[in-house]
Design a protein around this ligand. Structure first.
Ligand code: SAH
Ligand code: SF4
Ligand code: F3S
Length: 435
């Protein structure tokens, strides 16, 4: 009889995809099936994130809880970025953990499973040509890795220490994965990497001569693919060729993540981001010119060490000038293995005030942006049933749109007219098409 696997996934889309890979490996090679209840599971996995401190603190209380409630004989494994950075320490602090599997070692899941106390956290391990089996959380979209690791050294960020140096996955493997996914119904493809538009810098076989813009075109040549998204691009590598392909390729969705981090050129320099406020604004305005309906999202860190009131005002200024359609904002959190951890932190109260000011302003901007969508018609790719007989999906430019309807809409792209736009969801009605 099949064994049961419970898996909790924290962190970014990379981790979501890694969990899919782990599930695929365990179901095809080890006869596990998924369960939503950890009390019933024979194997409990937690796929962790290290990017800020809070989730790391949560890890130990969470696995302690799993250990108390688990079935007799059930195993517990800690995977992902915190596994990479704490390694053996996890088993020292929580000896009931059976194994630790780092974020760059996903393909070793079936071997660590059978070795109590195993710790696989090598950040040089090359998984770039490893063919994973298929599993997807949703039939309508597919997450496809295009690179592993990150070769930037942003001074606040622990990711290069948990996922290692960047290696691009060969384009023919990517196209093969995309084709398989699209033929099985995933019309929307999300290309994943920490730094997608640096694609092609390094392959493990040493080849050269292909960049992210070329890859976008190759993926769009796959006939069954309707929509292409990607995350995360880096503002530094937003050259004209990239913006041109983004703007002109009809399958590339008109939504761009532009992680600003800070609007102060001085702080950007301290963060080692490689661009200035002016470069960022230039790219954002160029994008808005080239693609009138473009949706731009961003990430902001407030109160990076050394951030003055004037530096923070620069961030507020960019928010007002660019008017991002979506913003993820965080208080700076000092991380081990990073340069910024040695710098003097900003007073936590000041940090909280700045975050609140930023978020309050962004809420006003979002209300204005939402109101401006009234009466517009968007092509929505429906992917999710909601309570109360509703169905939700995304417009090409990444607005969440919801209508009354049934599962018949799932997996279809349908025009919707917005009649009740809200900050988080634009409500509307399907436009009846003539037959
Ligand atoms: N590669 C992606 C980011 C991955 S981490 C990129 O460059 O955009 C996701 C986000 O977490 C970052 O964009 C940043 O805003 C935030 N982040 C990273 N380290 C952080 C830290 N030490 N404190 C607070 N936020 C952090
Ligand atoms: Fe972290 Fe910077 Fe790499 Fe993004 S680009 S993962 S923020 S080091
Ligand atoms: Fe977190 Fe690792 Fe992603 S630290 S944000 S899960 S790359």
């Amino acid at each position: 009889m099949g064994k049961k696997l419970f898996i909790e996934t924290l962190g970014c889309a990379m981790n979501v995809r890694d969990s899919e890979h782990i599930i695929a490996e365990l179901s095809t090679k080890e006869d596990y099936e998924l369960t939503g209840s950890y009390e019933d599971a024979d194997l409990i996995l937690i796929n962790t994130c290290s990017v800020r401190e809070k989730p790391v603190q949560k890890l130990f209380s969470e696995i302690g809880h799993f250990n108390k409630k688990k079935k007799r004989g059930a195993k517990i494994g800690v995977c992902g970025c915190t596994a990479s950075h704490l390694g053996e320490e996890i088993i020292k602090r929580a000896p009931y953990v059976d194994f630790v599997l780092g974020a760059r070692n996903v393909s070793k899941i079936t071997s660590v499973l059978h070795e109590r106390g195993a710790v696989e956290v090598d950040i040089d391990f090359d998984e770039s040509t490893y063919a994973f089996s298929d599993f997807r959380n949703t039939p309508h979209k597919a997450l496809i890795n295009i690179s592993i690791g990150c070769d930037k050294q942003c001074t606040y960020c622990i990711v290069p220490a948990t996922r290692g140096d960047e290696i691009s996955i060969p384009p023919e493997l990517i196209v093969q994965e995309v084709t398989k996914a699209a033929r099985s119904g995933a019309k929307e493809i999300m290309l994943l990497g920490q730094n997608v538009n640096n694609y092609g810098r390094k392959f493990s076989d040493g080849r050269k001569g292909i960049d992210f813009s070329d890859l976008l075109n190759m993926v769009s040549d796959v006939e069954e693919v309707e929509r292409i998204r990607f995350t995360s691009p880096h503002p530094l590598h937003m050259d004209d060729k990239f913006l041109q392909v983004f703007a002109s390729n009809p399958k590339v969705c008109k939504s761009m993540h532009m992680p600003l981090q800070s609007g102060s050129t001085k702080i950007l320099h301290e963060m080692k981001r490689g661009y200035s406020k002016e470069w960022f604004l230039d790219r954002a305005f160029k994008l808005r010119d080239m693609v009138p309906d473009v949706h731009i999202s961003t990430d902001i860190i407030v109160a990076f060490p050394g951030e003055t009131e004037e530096d923070f005002e620069e961030t507020m200024d960019v928010i007002d000038q660019v008017r991002f359609e979506q913003m993820f904002s965080f208080k700076y959190s000092p991380r081990p293995l990073t340069k910024a951890a040695e710098m003097t932190p900003v007073d936590p109260e000041v940090a909280s005030k700045r975050l609140k000011r930023l978020q309050d302003r962004q809420t006003e901007i979002l209300d204005e942006i939402a109101a401006a969508q009234m009466g517009k018609v968007f092509d929505v790719y429906f992917e999710e049933l909601r309570s109360g007989g509703a169905v939700a999906g995304r417009s090409d430019n990444n607005f969440m749109v919801q209508v009354q309807g049934s599962e018949e809409l799932l997996g279809k792209t349908v025009p919707v007219k917005i009649d009740n736009p809200k900050r988080m969801v634009l409500y509307g009605e399907v436009v009846q098409q003539e037959v």
